[in-house]
Design a protein around this ligand. Structure first.
Ligand code: PLP
Length: 414
């Protein structure tokens, strides 16, 4: 569900005509619906209200300060993966007691920053990291709260690049090692293991892999009972899928209905880290048709946005629905929608059935709110796009389009 809809052939974001936003801010452009972010957050909160989860929005999905602040106002905590993300959530006055910190590569400075700020806990991804956290905490005269991110060896049946809980993936601690950590927990006097964490992948449209993972967590907890763990939290990560094309992901209600019995049986406070579920359908990417190029082999719709702006189709072969913002009766054509970048991988769609478009038409690339702008780069020396947020009938520029000067900031001729 989202608040982008066609009214009398014109695309609207909430109560604002998208054409007017483009006229003011140009393309390529990210456009977000503030109330869609809120709706998604509240839907999840409501579905799980029985267990009062701590919902830590996964900052990596969309880290614009306006997005983070919108969610903070709804009561969200944050899942961060770098000192940079900590810096971002600090800028919006987030409560550190609702911040959890994952990532396989936290270094001393990251750990120090997080401990200093007083985050709720680290999600620890290796024994070596646990050592380092213990040492840093010792030097700082602190006790660090952590959850062990266990790798339950579960196939989330999603794209290979976003599967994270198979034993060959780099994430989490295998169950055997995790058990030895509990057995030897006295070796880490400056660490308190208060929780377990799993994150089995992203864009998961079927709840079953979660149930399999939770069953493994349950068995693991019973195996470590003799070590008298003092667990308070279970963090089930993110990963809830959304509809890009014709997927039918479980709704928040259905997901809750299916996982809650397993969660309740463990008696631990639930933490969740949704990213895509909240942000994915809260944003679109807008791009202008520069040329329509017809070749003997194919038609190409060449647009002004590129893989540097939205890399998901190139990186994951991800499908995004694409449609002109003016939906009038037109003939149809089959075409690749491609950007101006010097790479054959620079495309938004292949062999797509589209209305016939002309130079100057604006296309909306839907479901671009998560892993869109945050993955944008300056490849081909292209300034990154602006980001705009709509709240009912109000329009806010929440990130200026980059300038050519931004492209060379910090560079020096020698
Ligand atoms: C540890 C962790 N938590 C949460 C998320 C958010 O995942 P999603 O956007 O699929 O909800 C990710 C994504 O990579 C992650 O690595």
């Amino acid at each position: 569900m989202h608040r982008f809809e066609y009214r009398d052939g014109e695309l609207y974001c909430e109560d604002v005509r998208v054409r007017d936003v483009v006229a003011k801010y140009g393309t390529p452009l990210y456009l977000y619906s503030r109330n869609t972010f809120k709706d998604h957050f509240y839907r999840l909160k409501e579905a799980f209200k029985e267990v009062r989860p701590i919902i830590c929005y996964s900052v990596k999905a969309n880290s614009n300060l306006a997005v983070l602040d919108t969610l903070r106002q709804c009561g969200a905590g944050f899942d961060v993966v770098s000192s940079g993300e900590i810096f971002r959530v600090q800028q919006i006055g987030a409560d550190p007691r609702k911040v959890v910190y994952a990532s396989v590569g936290k270094d001393e400075a990251d750990i120090r920053l997080a401990l200093d700020w007083g985050i709720l806990m680290f999600n620890v991804e290796s024994e070596a990291e646990l050592w380092l956290i213990n040492n840093v905490a010792q030097k700082m005269g602190k006790k660090a709260k952590v959850a062990l991110r266990i790798n339950p060896d579960v196939d989330a049946r999603t794209h290979d690049y976003i599967t994270t809980a198979k034993k060959e993936n780099k994430f989490g601690i295998d169950l055997y090692t995790a058990e030895t950590i509990f057995a030897n927990k006295r070796r880490y006097p400056n660490v308190e293991i208060v929780g377990l964490h799993i994150h089995i992948g992203s864009q998961i449209i079927d709840t079953r892999p979660y149930l399999t993972a939770l069953e493994k967590v349950k068995q693991f907890i019973s195996r470590i009972q003799s070590y008298k763990p003092r667990l308070k939290y279970l963090n089930i990560g993110g990963g809830l899928g959304i509809r890009y094309k014709d997927e039918r992901p479980d709704t928040a209600d259905r997901f809750a209905e299916r996982v809650l019995p397993a969660i309740k049986s463990l008696g631990l406070r639930l933490i969740m880290e949704p990213g895509r579920f909240i942000a994915g359908n809260s944003g679109i990417f807008l791009t202008k048709v520069i040329y329509v190029k017809r070749t003997p082999a194919k038609n190409f719709v060449v647009v002004d946005g590129g893989m540097n702006d939205l890399i998901r189709p190139s990186l994951y072969k991800a499908y995004h629905f694409i449609w002109p913002i003016e939906d009038r009766a037109r003939d149809r054509m089959v075409a690749d929608v491609v950007g101006p970048i010097c790479e054959s991988g620079d495309f938004f769609a292949k062999d797509r059935d589209l209305p016939v478009v002309d130079r100057g038409d604006i296309l909306a690339v839907f479901s671009a709110g998560a892993y869109g702008f945050v993955m944008a780069s300056n490849y081909n020396s292209r300034p990154r796009p602006a980001e705009v947020m709509v709240d009912k009938d109000k329009v806010f520029l929440i990130r200026k389009r980059e300038s050519f000067k931004d492209l060379i900031r910090g560079e020096k001729i020698i």
